[in-house]
Design a protein around this ligand. Structure first.
Ligand code: OSB
Ligand code: MG
Length: 371
């Protein structure tokens, strides 16, 4: 696929409600939409970096820098065959996985459009709909949290994740558990604790949680091993797994019993596939994480979650849980069985609402091949 031009759309989109985690509170979500033109076709990808370096070190600013100054110059005018070829091209650029993954997504969209196949077909998806849940941010009080969770359950979400942080952990989780004794419930700490806090978190072990996500430092797989030994509840790693190698380390160290797969964090869908396969061979279930994606990134997550070892429901909610207005014409809706349908159109199966895109645009940078 000859790369004729690449456009970066720096976007800011209002969320329907603020989203608070242990690392901060977002009311608007920034991201970078990547548009690649190749031989008459257009592919879109979403870079899930955020405005602030809270989830990991990348931001929309670093992503634009890395794409503009390093990734795009390697691609313009070249015949990029597929994701593996792209990974080879950018292998000299250390880190910056969120930036790389956004471009890889656009290449998959192009590949699907060229070969007349959906992303799900290209990836080897086994399902036509995927089980989903909702990720609930930290609320004003445990009481407000229970009310928010009740609203989502009423909408049809059968699995709920709540965000926790020091001072807002056991009490919050216990309140939700007591209000909904049989709810499929899990918690996510986004690296807010250290191993010394194990005793603080220990009461979570009695709440029949599906898993405890990323309690400890991002760069620490070994302490997660020590923590897992003290807990009955499966530990799940998110931030710590940023390559297939890290997945192997975590499996070999018994650092967790579940892995959250985000193609962005891993540097692309091709890397997510590798982690999926590694975990499948090790009988470790995976599920698809989310980064409050627009319709573009959401379509990619849903196609990925259709693979067979995505055994637990993903953090993939309906479009209206995030945005009153999205950048895609198509919106995702929740089915009555807490599932979302896998897009069947070619590539990502999505089209852009150009007016919405324009209204959310902070900046737009275009790069055109000279030959
Ligand atoms: O840790 O899973 C996370 C959102 C932004 C950054 C990190 C995370 C999240 C979520 C939201 O939990 C999941 C979603 O997109 O619904
Ligand atoms: Mg997480």
């Amino acid at each position: 696929m000859k790369i004729d031009s690449i456009t970066l759309h720096h976007l800011s989109m209002p969320l329907v409600a603020p989203f608070e985690t242990s690392f901060g509170r977002e009311t608007d979500r920034e991201c970078v939409l990547i548009e690649i033109k190749s031989e008459g076709l257009t592919g879109y990808g979403e870079c899930v970096a955020t405005r602030d370096p809270g989830y990991n070190y990348e931001t929309t600013g670093t992503a634009i820098h890395i794409l503009k100054d390093f990734v795009i110059p390697l691609m313009l005018g070249k015949d990029v065959k597929d994701a593996a070829h792209f990974q080879g091209l950018v292998s000299g650029i250390r880190g910056h996985n969120l930036a790389k993954a956004g471009v890889e997504m656009a290449l998959w969209d192009l590949l699907g459009k060229r070969q007349n196949q959906s992303l799900s077909q290209l990836l080897g998806g086994a399902r036509k709909k995927v089980e989903v849940g909702v990720s609930v941010g930290i609320q004003q009080s445990p009481r407000d949290l229970v009310q928010t969770v009740a609203d989502y359950i009423a909408q049809g979400y059968a699995r709920v994740k709540i965000k926790i942080k020091p001072g807002r952990d056991v009490e919050d989780a216990a309140a939700v558990r007591h209000a909904f004794p049989s709810l499929r419930l899990q918690v996510d700490a986004n690296s807010a604790y250290s191993l010394d806090d194990a005793k603080i978190l220990k009461p979570l072990d009695a709440l029949n949680l599906l898993l405890i996500e990323q309690p400890l430092f991002e760069d620490d797989i070994w302490d997660h091993h020590k923590l897992q030994q003290q807990f009955q509840t499966p530990i799940c790693l998110d931030e710590s797994i940023f390559s297939p190698r890290h997945a192997r380390y975590a499996i070999e160290m018994n650092a967790c019993r579940v892995i959250n797969i985000k193609a962005g964090r891993l540097g692309g869908l091709s890397q997510a596939l590798m982690v999926h396969d590694l975990c499948q061979q090790a009988s470790m279930p995976v599920w698809c994480g989310g980064m409050l994606e627009t319709g573009i990134g959401r379509a990619s997550n849903i196609a990925l979650a259709a693979l067979p070892n995505f055994i637990l429901p993903g953090d993939i909610s309906a479009s209206d849980r995030y945005y009153a207005r999205d950048i895609t014409n198509e919106r995702f809706v929740l089915n009555s069985d807490s599932t979302i349908d896998v897009p069947q159109g070619v590539g990502l199966g999505m089209t852009i609402d150009e007016e919405a895109l324009k209204s959310f645009s902070l900046n737009k940078l275009s790069f055109i091949a000279t030959s």
